[in-house]
Structures are given as C-alpha cells and as structure tokens.
Design a protein around this ligand. Structure first.
Ligand SMILES: Cc1cc2nc3c(=O)[nH]c(=O)nc-3n(C[C@H](O)[C@H](O)[C@H](O)COP(=O)(O)O)c2cc1C
Length: 197
C-alpha cells in the first residue's frame, strides 16, 4: 500500500489537521505494516495559482509542447504522477474562511486536467483516477456537524471535486471546535477516536 500524505497547514507540529492526518496514517500502517508513506507538504513547495502559461500548456497536446509549456506544466505533471502512484491519500485540510485553504486549492487546480484525470464523454464528464481511497483530516475552529452544516464548504467541495476526477471513496474525519473553550482540549482526541479505516 502506497500512502500519499498531503499537508496543507503551515503550522507544522502545532497543526491539528496534520496531527489528525498522522493519526490516520498510523492506523493505516498498523493495519498494513508494509505500507509506505510519501509526504507532500504543500506549504513547503506551494503550487502556483493558475496563470496563462499553465492554461496554455494544459490545453496544448503534449507532443506539441514548447519548452515554455514544459516548464509551466511540470508542477501539474509531478502532482498527477504522485497522485496516480498512490493507493491511499490522506489529505490534511484546515478550514479557512469556511472552505479549504488556497494552498490546497492550488494543488487541486493542478491535478484536475481534462484528458488526464477526467474527460468529457457523450454522457458527461468521467473521472479517470480510479481505485483510490481518500481520508480527509479536517480541522475547524467551530462545529459544523450540527446546525451550521450549511456553512461547511470543505467537505462538500472536496467530495465533489475528488468525485469529479474519479475518486469516490472519500472518508472525512473531522476535528471540530478548536476555537471553542468547551471543546478545544478534547477535539483532537474525539476525532482520533472516531477514525474508522
Ligand atoms: C486564516 C484562518 C481562517 C480560519 N477560518 C475558519 C473558519 O472559517 N471557520 C472555522 O471554524 N475555523 C476557522 N479557522 C480555524 C482553523 O480552522 C483551526 O484553527 C484549525 O485548527 C486550523 O488547522 P491547523 O491546526 O491544521 O492549522 C481559521 C483559521 C485561520 C488561521
């Protein structure tokens, strides 16, 4: 089993989403001792926002790529290769302003490629990334699993966009309430105890 750990919090050892993601990885390793883990820390080598040069490269067939196209598309190609090589992804996702961080969004913008990770068919779009399992470790200051569910754009967005590229087996583990005095001390432990592989 090859695990790809995608980190998007810049808070390192203090990060709740990283701690939760690592707890998921520990459980995966306990259940699969031969599992290998590749860590992609998006905060150390951030993916660029999509610029004209990236879009030009995305929509030019590979055999016609100029040197400029090749330079522009290298981040995307590397990210897609890493994604394709993994059996399991563990994505750490802090909630920023009700959605995912722009750091994580930039990575997503580089892995969603027409003709590579999805394609358009007569019956609509088809995801081409098959057979992956994803665990998303979400950390939030508030609590969104109750009355405020409609304000959570992390889980619905990730479920939609991952499903779009063919990844439909997505489990969310949520650590909620880090900004709430009654919950912040127990939020991580509660979330770790809720992990089901
Ligand atoms: C820039 C920023 C924006 C945030 N926006 C929200 C938010 O909209 N809703 C929320 O519940 N928590 C919000 N938080 C709190 C974080 O989700 C929480 O601190 C979480 O633990 C961050 O993940 P990390 O510990 O992995 O860095 C925000 C935190 C930061 C730094």
């Amino acid at each position: 089993m090859k695990v790809l750990s995608v980190i998007s919090s810049p808070r390192g050892a203090a990060s709740n989403s990283i701690k939760l993601a690592n707890a998921i990885i520990e459980k995966l390793q306990a259940a699969n001792p031969a599992a290998t883990v590749v860590v992609k820390d998006l905060t150390q080598t951030p993916f660029p926002h999509l610029e004209e040069s990236h879009l030009n490269a995305f929509f030019t067939p590979a055999e016609k790529h100029s040197e400029e196209n090749k330079m522009a598309i290298r981040h995307s190609n590397e990210a897609i290769q890493q994604l394709m090589e993994a059996d399991v992804l563990v994505i750490g996702a802090p909630m920023y302003n009700f959605g995912i961080s722009s750091t994580l969004k930039a990575w997503i913008d580089h892995i969603c490629r027409a003709g590579i990770t999805f394609r358009y068919t007569a019956n609509g779009p088809e995801g081409l990334v098959k057979g992956k399992k994803v665990y998303v470790a979400v950390a939030t200051g508030g609590v969104y699993s109750g009355d405020l569910q409609a304000m959570d754009f992390v889980a619905p967005y990730l479920k939609t966009v991952l499903g779009f590229i063919g990844i439909t087996d997505v489990a969310f583990v949520k650590a909620e309430g880090f900004a709430m005095s009654g919950l912040q001390d127990t939020a991580l432990e509660t979330a770790i105890n809720s992990i089901v592989l």
